[in-house]
Write a protein that binds this ligand. Structure first.
Ligand code: MG
Length: 296
């Protein structure tokens, strides 16, 4: 393990949330890490290593890394629901599942109007318990991140699982490759990445419906993948590096990551002021002078 002496490149004085000026490498030796989620009850981070079909567990109490689950359905993105249960996107089984407190799996969604999803990629759980997820094809276009298969659905869309009925609703159908998604702190706004188009879009959320969907920002480098929002509404997004944006869309700062590509990030630690970053074959973290929003 090494500590790379890199810090933020600040572009705008409104950033002002840098904590440590160095990045810690917590893990290397994966093949394509993704889907970080911090579990506060156990003080550990889970993340996917998709091509190796495993979910890994980094223990904050002693720094050890172990295999949490393998095989893991070629899991990608994860989130916690309000009961602390793990909600996971699985490329392999082309579904979204929940890990119950006894360890068993419950299928949340595996098809829409009778057709199997492409390969659910990333997920967020709203305060009302609704589960929102994206469905690009990266798990079925080859055998690398899942199982090669023909798509059954005409396109790559965004879905919402109703917390009351469990019904799956399509909430956006004009993306090319929807990927990461995150709510603003009050959940009135949902940001969604379109990886192929290289931009983030901003939607207004009302009653489980989306409106708007205008361009929020273009990627400064590489294509957007996962994203999260801090308590002051700044948007933190993964692409070639980690980029931080003001809620008005201004690019505030860049955190260079010494890997070819960054897949995702999540706020964690007991105070949610540590940013965990999955990038290519590794996992990094950096302390911040801000805290992650409670949307998990
Ligand atoms: Mg993703």
């Amino acid at each position: 393990m090494h500590n790379a002496p890199v810090g933020f490149r600040e572009l705008d004085e409104r950033f002002a949330v840098a904590g440590d000026d160095y990045l810690e490498c917590l893990f290397s030796g994966g093949r394509w890490t993704e889907g970080p989620v911090y579990v506060p009850s156990g003080k550990y981070l889970l993340f996917s290593d998709i091509p190796n079909d495993r979910i890994m567990r980094w223990d904050e109490t002693d720094g050890s890394v172990s295999v949490f689950r393998s095989p893991a359905g070629y899991a990608n993105g994860h989130a916690l629901d309000r009961q602390g249960r793990l909600v996971s996107c699985e490329h392999g089984a082309r579904r979204v599942t929940r890990t119950e407190l006894d360890g068993s799996l419950t299928v949340i969604a595996d098809r829409w109007e009778g057709k199997r999803f492409n390969s659910p990629n990333d997920v967020v759980v709203a305060n009302d318990g609704a589960i929102w997820f994206t469905d690009p094809p990266y798990g079925i276009t080859s055998d690398y991140e899942g199982h090669r298969a023909e798509p059954e659905i005409d396109g790559c869309h965004v879905y919402r699982v109703d917390p009351g009925t469990g019904a799956v609703e399509r909430v956006a159908d004009d993306f090319e490759r929807p990927n990461g998604l995150a709510f603003s702190p009050d959940e009135s706004v949902l940001y969604i990445a379109d990886t192929r188009r290289g931009h983030l879009r901003r939607f207004d959320v009302d009653g489980g419906r989306l409106s708007g969907g205008e361009l929020f920002c273009e990627s400064p480098g590489g294509n957007f993948d996962g994203l999260r929002v801090d308590v002051e509404g700044r948007v933190w997004a993964a692409a070639a590096d980690v980029y931080c944006f003001h809620p008005d869309g201004t690019h505030l700062a860049t955190l260079p990551i010494p890997q070819p590509s960054v897949s995702n990030l999540v706020f964690g630690g007991p105070k949610r002021n540590r940013l965990f970053i999955t990038a290519t074959d590794s996992v990094y973290s950096i302390m911040l002078n801000t805290n992650g929003a409670w949307s998990l």
